[in-house]
Design a protein around this ligand. Structure first.
Ligand code: MN
Length: 349
């Protein structure tokens, strides 16, 4: 992970009064936790800070974070802020309605860990080797001279634990664990945060899981596991859209697989999530049908039904196995991409 000198970003704030902070569409723990940590820190410096939502959507899962109720949909925010901070977002379209606020802002700052350089902003700190944007935010706050309060630590730890898949994904490295330890020292409570984030699931969500587990099929001599959900499943069980987000992580548990594919019907399209447990690059597979993401975690969209989506992705997987019959398990050292699990338009956040 890079050690940035954040002084140019901190200088950007000098003389500012109003600041807006915004993450990405389909918000996750990293973008929400990072935005609130920045908000808490900057409010303690007497700035007038508003945390914004890229759309109206905001998962209730994160309602335990201090400042959660301050979140305002960017489309309802009509000020021209002195500074607009984009956190955990690699591009303007990914910041949804926040892009309009970006246009109106006097100065702009990016703090992110996706691939990209943030060159569209006045100042940018982008480190794709950081496991979560929350880690950059943690360092930024330190250089700002603001104390890491238990509330700030809770926000940053939530960012980190969610973007590393509870410290299980390939982006879980020594700097991530060191940062987590610092956050715990500052007052983040790992077991309490786990209870809030991972142990408040509805019966419908768990039943949806069970359905997906039952439908698992293996392909290519057990190298691929695939499962699916349709819109009727959500209706029948009373499950919400959020309940579908972590299904891919359930099926990837299967031993011996290289690739997991989760297909999810949404109206006239099927959204696919694809994960690799080896060095097989699933973003390259997804890119062939207009999707994208990271090497180990990607997404795609197929027009048509589940059968069509299954046919298309199976063909592409077949080509991938033909071109690269043997893949090696990934090691921490060779993975620099982040692996996140929330997606929109087939692109991993
Ligand atoms: Mn992130």
């Amino acid at each position: 992970m890079k050690k940035f000198d954040y002084s140019a970003g901190i200088d950007l704030l000098k003389g500012a009064q109003t600041i807006a902070v915004c993450g990405h569409v389909n918000p996750d723990g990293d973008c929400l936790g990072s935005a609130l940590a920045l908000t808490l820190a900057l409010r303690s410096c007497c700035y007038d800070v508003t945390p914004l939502l890229a759309t109206r959507e905001c998962p209730g899962l994160y309602d335990f974070l201090e400042g959660y109720s301050w979140f305002t949909p960017a489309c309802d925010y009509h000020e021209d802020p002195d500074v607009f901070i984009m956190v955990d977002v690699p591009s303007l379209p990914r910041t949804g309605d926040g892009a309009h606020v970006f246009d109106r802002a006097k100065k702009t700052l990016v703090i992110d860990h996706h691939q990209g350089d943030g060159s569209f902003a006045d100042v940018a700190y982008v480190d794709p080797t950081a496991a979560a944007a929350g880690m950059l935010v943690w360092d930024f706050i330190e250089q700002l001279g603001v104390a890491h309060t238990p509330e700030i630590a809770t926000c940053c730890y939530t960012a980190l634990v969610t973007d590393t898949g509870r410290f299980q994904f390939q982006n879980t490295d020594a700097p991530a664990l060191e940062a987590a330890a610092k956050m715990a020292c500052a007052g983040a409570n790992p077991s309490e945060i786990s209870r809030y984030v991972y142990q408040r699931r509805s019966l419908a969500a768990i039943q949806l899981n069970a359905l997906v587990m039952r439908r698992m099929e293996t392909l290519f001599d057990g190298k691929v596991v695939m499962s699916w959900v349709c819109e009727a499943d959500f209706n029948n069980l009373g499950a919400t859209k959020d309940d579908g987000d972590s299904l891919i992580d359930q099926i990837r548990q299967l031993d011996g697989i290289e690739v997991a594919v989760m297909l999810r019907e949404q109206g006239p399209i099927v959204r696919g999530s694809i994960r690799s447990k080896t060095d097989r690059d699933v973003s390259a597979i997804a890119a062939k049908i207009g999707g994208g993401g990271h090497k180990a975690a990607a997404g795609f969209t197929v027009k048509g039904g589940l059968d069509e989506a299954r046919r298309v992705i199976t063909k592409l997987l077949g080509e991938s196995f033909e071109a690269q019959p043997k893949a090696r398990p990934t090691t921490d050292a060779e993975v620099t991409e982040t692996t996140a699990f929330s997606m929109i338009d087939g692109v991993v956040q």
